[in-house]
Design a protein around this ligand. Structure first.
Ligand code: SME
Length: 247
């Protein structure tokens, strides 16, 4: 069994806004034959990389963890953690910053150990300025696809501005549809913030029918994401839209 430890239960004297490790709240089923752990997928590259130098994980390693066969269970667990972590009374950027850390390390830390090198948000200026509001009925549609600006993230220094409809992020925002890119070098107009990125998953953030940003996740290997990731991350973004403080 794989257990996740995270909840909003706080020890005496802790900060009211500091989530703490606490009782086990989620379990992921045992490893199935042929899973990544048994096949040794990614092991060599992980050993060579910096990925094992990550800080303490919210995922507790238990023998027999099922991954990637247990991706739906992984995302269900992260979804539960997201609901516990996100606090609608906090500013949007606080919630998105903590969510970035949660998902980035959930991917990278053992036993999952995926080669995710960047994860974070690009938002419209209105949302970053806190002035965006859900458009009233009958208000004119947006003039065109939005320009996106760097927002809370985990990873190396990144491009600060994504022009309208440029790159994978711009495409996700312009089309309001998730972009699952198995090989970024084959994506016309891909913006290479980190030349080591090989694949990418970008999910649009749609509030009140309007795209207000994207969640961008980059991976160091080709075909780093699949349909289960798309479904899982779509679900996480849906929870953020409902609870993180988007206006
Ligand atoms: N690759 C993205 C740009 C953002 S960075 O990857 C962080 C794109 O093509 O839109």
């Amino acid at each position: 069994m794989h257990r996740l430890r995270f909840s909003k239960v706080k020890p005496e004297g802790s900060s009211p806004h500091h989530p703490t490790l606490s009782r086990n709240i989620i379990r992921i089923p045992s490893e199935a034959p042929g899973s990544a752990g048994q096949r040794g997928i990614g092991k060599q590259s992980i050993e060579k990389s910096h990925l094992q130098r990550t800080s303490a994980t919210m995922l507790e390693t238990v023998p027999g963890f099922a991954y990637p066969l247990a991706k739906p269970a992984f995302y269900a667990a992260v979804l539960e953690q997201t609901s516990a972590l996100v606090d609608p009374s906090l500013p949007l950027t606080s919630n998105l910053a903590n969510f970035s850390a949660l998902l980035f390390h959930a991917y990278r830390d053992p036993p999952v150990s995926r080669e995710i090198n960047w994860l974070g948000f690009y938002l419209t200026k209105d949302v970053l300025d806190g002035v965006a509001g859900v458009p009233e009925a009958g208000s004119p549609p947006p003039k065109g696809p939005p320009k996106l600006i760097l927002a809370p993230f985990q990873g190396r220094v990144a491009c600060t501005i994504i022009p309208p409809n440029k790159g994978v992020c711009g495409a996700a925002a312009a089309t309001a549809s998730t972009q699952l890119v198995p090989d970024v070098h084959l994506f016309p107009g891909h913006i290479a913030c980190d030349s080591n990125t090989e694949s990418e998953l970008v999910v649009p953030i749609v509030v009140g029918g309007r795209v207000v940003g994207v969640l961008d996740i980059d991976c160091l290997v080709k075909e780093g994401f699949d349909e289960e990731d798309r479904v899982g991350v779509d679900g996480l973004v849906k929870v953020l839209v409902e609870t993180a403080g988007f206006k």
